[in-house]
Design a protein around this ligand. Sequence first.
Ligand code: CDT
Length: 307
Amino acid sequence: MSRIVTVGAAQVGPIEEAHSRPQVVERLIALLRQGHEAGCDLVVFPELTLTTFFPRWYIDDQDDIDRYFETSMPGPDTQPLFDEARRLGIGFELGYAELTEAGDHFNTAILVGPNGDLIHKYHKVHLPGHDEPEEWRKFQHLEKRYFDIGPEGFTVADAFGGVMGMLICNDRRWPEAYRSLGLQGVEMIFIGYNTPIHNPPAPDHDEHSDFHNHLVMQSGAYQNATWVIGVAKAGNEEGVPMIGGSCIISPSGQIVARCTGVGDELAVAECDLDDTVSYKESVFNFARHRQPAFYSRIVDQVGVERS
Ligand code: CDT
């Protein structure tokens, strides 16, 4: 049986506050159709795909915040995306803001199969930014205020003929996130992101935004012997320029397909899941080479400690 999964990294350009959910879903359906024409088994959309990246604003009123959240998936506005995917027989991965019945606010990604069924769900663990407004910033990054940390951690699902995992944006900067999936035999990781070029607390990093994006995902792929699909919501959104650079990375750590602009764009690659095998069986044969007896500091300690 073939272990080739053809994947489309479906980068999405800016989504303004004024754009309605149906308008956004129409754009996603156009990308889905492009993916289908290109022979994709699934397409991967960014983090918080359905709205503008609202954590850039301090919003006081909880009802106003909740407008950005989905209370059902699919819901009335997103049902057409599921219907079209099912009609085409193509899967997708989608990031969105989720408000659960219990009242939890999650930064969520779902993996949906070609029959439109939910295969897997992930709630973002590493929430960047701050929880109180900081007036000195050009724009806020209030994920710590608006979202709850995903309690389930990093899990995988058997899907599309392989072992699939999801991370969301800031997660991609943390080796522990990839390794948690790697230890479950992950073969392909989907990562949606919204990354402003400008980092207010460290503006000297701005010139490296694109480099750091690829650096962390390429090393995560290689060190865990897995494909990585990184997908941006890109471009100048509500006056905040965000990086593009959506790409498909092989287990060798090399980028095999990438988007070149910062608008709606699809990058496609045929990904052979068996390309993971030689890495999993040699240099990253975890069972043979890892030394967990020496890693306890990684879980026992959060910040730097000097004795
Ligand atoms: N959405 C998200 O997690 N964005 C963060 C910006 C943090 S500033 C370095 C990211 O890690 O890309």
